[in-house]
Design a protein around this ligand. Structure first.
Ligand code: TMP
Length: 213
């Protein structure tokens, strides 16, 4: 392992408040003078952003579960090769909005493609790259979904509602998937109650991140 930097990912169901919390953490790290790479899955790199459009466009109803999973991993492989591995090798702090735990929860549990298959593809796409710390923002899936749907309805720009349009049962399975992942890896995956105030959630996140940076 040549890795020297620190890699933290944010996870959670739709509408869990990840974007706000990630912004607050980035501000704090940068104010502390840390050299930070901010990235996202799906998205991040310019090529990843093109893949994101395909994945989240609600017009792509016909996207098959395996094709969907492979596109998420194609996006991640590009992110790992182009941005994440070089940043870690240079000793930077990498903060990613989602990573492979999302695929385990959404495609593995949500779509029923199994954790074994997802982990096999992770090995191909990401090789040894895994977050050192994962912040899982836990929220009741109904509360999260209504927030996410309200946000998308009022949003300009490209349609990004394909995943949020999935049935409630799908989102319930995703949450159960996350809870099982967090129970299996409690040291890496830190669960934070996202139903608290923005300030309380931010403080809980900082308490997890600070010892590492
Ligand atoms: P977000 O960037 O707004 O969080 O939206 C990304 C959506 O894609 C969200 O519904 C979660 C979903 N997703 C997966 O289904 N699998 C994945 O591997 C990733 C990274 C995201």
């Amino acid at each position: 392992m040549t890795k020297r930097g620190f890699f933290v990912s944010f996870e959670g169901g739709d509408g869990c408040g990840k974007t706000t919390q990630m912004r607050l953490l980035l501000e704090r790290l940068r104010a502390d003078g840390k050299d930070v790479l901010e990235t996202a899955e799906p998205g991040g790199t310019p090529i990843g952003r093109q893949i994101r459009r395909i994945l989240l466009d609600s017009a792509n109803e016909a996207l098959s579960p395996r094709a969907e999973m492979l596109l998420y991993f194609a996006c991640r492989a590009q992110n790992v090769d182009e941005w994440i591995r070089p940043a870690l090798a240079a000793g930077r702090v990498v903060v990613s909005d989602r990573f492979t735990d999302s695929t385990l929860a959404y495609q593995g549990e949500g779509r029923g493609l199994t954790a074994g298959l997802v982990r096999e593809l992770h090995g191909i796409a990401c090789q040894e790259i895994l977050p050192d710390l994962t912040i899982y923002l836990d929220i009741d899936y109904r509360t999260g979904l209504s927030r996410a749907r309200a946000r998308n309805a009022g949003q300009e720009g490209p349609d990004e509602s394909r995943m949020e349009s999935q049935a409630e049962e799908f989102h319930d399975r995703v949450r159960q998937g996350y809870l099982a992942l967090a129970a299996a890896e409690p040291k890496r995956i830190r669960t934070i109650d996202a139903g608290q105030s923005v300030e309380a959630v931010a403080a809980a996140i900082w308490a997890e991140v600070e010892p590492y940076v």
